[in-house]
Design a protein around this ligand. Structure first.
Ligand code: TRP
Length: 394
């Protein structure tokens, strides 16, 4: 915990987050209007509306992306449980960018990390990994431009890279970035995530990489940037695009599977329409007035209203429609119940489509084949950090 009354690290998010203050602590930059305007059009609502509000080396990435030069996106998943809306949104964002700029997308799964930092057994983590992989595949990335990596399944490439990077992360670097490690696996993990973030460049050659993630994950980017600078592997420091958290249903704060109060449900990717409506109606914190009469008279507060915030972040892409919703909610013409219906309907339709694509998937093995690193790519990455393969060693 800092003096500011909140903590943001990859392993603890608590307190009332001051997002500007986080940037000062982390040394990342606020996204500027000019940067937002440089994103390919249509600029995704998450960027346009500053849910992604900060970054590192965003300009270098945008220059490459707009000039049609090689560029990549890395965003991953820690498979610790069933996925909810907050988990999938950055993945849909990555897909949106891939469609616009033909970006390479690398999607690492840190099953090792989740084994180190949660109480789940290896079997449980394995089962979650398989479930989460199906959700990721349902997003619909271009298999020719996308690689999916699972730390323990792709250890032949991840381990040599992580081992090459690990000496660059001292105990005090770890503590400054993450606090006390829970165990030695945890203490090693930053080297693994550094391997994820540098992997596209180690496979394809030096180029700008962007890591779109929740601001809590920025310490991993920072550590990796230091490694990239120290080790002189002829790689660019990976850039980052850092987001605020989606609100949890019970109000501002991080949407999480283990919600603050412990009682507010999260919207899972597997929730059906009825469940989504029920959760929003019962639990979405309202910025409206206690009675309809008062609401008509005084209006509601969209900033405090979780349904409005969900539409704003992701689910209502149309600016004019969103403006109208905001205006009418503020002046009392739109009631809280009506706003909840709008949010629930948008979320349920999004999940319907996601679930339909998920159901149509073939077996995991068949689907994944198209997304795995080729032998050549693995070999290339290992050689770039100075490892020879077992085969060539003996
Ligand atoms: N550590 C991330 C988490 O806990 C998951 C992750 C692994 C990741 N590798 C990544 C995220 C690379 C972004 C980029 O959620």
């Amino acid at each position: 915990m800092t003096d500011d009354g909140f903590t943001v690290t990859p392993y603890t998010v608590s307190g009332e987050i001051d997002y500007e203050n986080v940037l000062e602590q982390f040394g990342a930059d606020r996204l500027t209007d000019e940067q937002i305007a440089r994103f390919p059009t249509p600029v995704h609502p998450l960027v346009r509306r500053r849910v992604f509000y900060a970054g590192r080396d965003v300009d270098r990435f945008l220059s490459a992306a707009t000039a049609g030069e090689r560029h990549s996106i890395v965003t991953g998943r820690g498979p610790s449980g069933a996925m909810h809306l907050g988990h999938i949104i950055p993945l849909y964002f990555a897909k949106h960018l891939q469609q616009q700029t033909n970006a390479l997308v690398y999607l690492p799964f840190s099953d090792d990390e989740k084994y180190f930092v949660t109480d789940n057994s290896l079997e449980e983590i394995g089962a979650q990994t398989r479930e989460n992989l199906r959700d990721l595949l349902a997003v619909g990335f271009d298999p020719d431009r996308t690689r999916i990596i699972v730390d323990t399944a792709d250890a032949d490439v991840i381990y040599p890279l992580a081992a090459a990077f690990a000496p660059s992360v001292t105990g005090s670097t770890f503590e400054a970035a993450y606090g006390q490690p829970k165990n030695i696996g945890h203490a090693f993990y930053p080297a693994v995530q550094a391997a994820h973030l540098l992997l596209p460049q180690l496979v394809e050659g030096r180029h700008p990489t962007l890591v779109p993630i929740g601001v809590d994950q920025d310490p991993h980017v920072r550590v990796c940037r230091d490694i990239a600078a120290k080790r002189r592997y002829d790689v660019d420091k990976p850039g980052a695009l850092l987001s605020k958290f989606l609100p949890s249903l019970d109000g501002p704060g991080k949407m999480s599977s283990s919600s603050n109060s412990g009682t507010t449900p999260t919207i899972y990717l597997s929730d059906d329409r009825e469940t989504v409506f029920e959760k929003i109606h019962t639990h979405a914190y309202s910025g409206g007035q206690p009675t309809v009469d008062e609401h008509r008279k005084h209006g509601g507060d969209p900033q405090a209203d979780v349904s409005y915030q969900l539409l704003h972040s992701f689910f209502e892409a149309d600016d004019d429609r969103l403006d109208r919703i905001e205006r009418e909610y503020r002046n009392g013409a739109l009631l809280s119940g009506e706003l909840k219906e709008m949010a629930a309907d948008a979320i349920a339709s999004f999940l319907d489509a996601h679930q339909r694509r998920r159901r149509r998937l073939d077996s995991l093995e068949t689907e994944l084949r198209r997304y795995r690193l080729t032998e050549h790519e693995r070999e290339h990455a290992r050689r770039r950090v100075g490892h020879s393969t077992f085969k060539t060693m003996i």
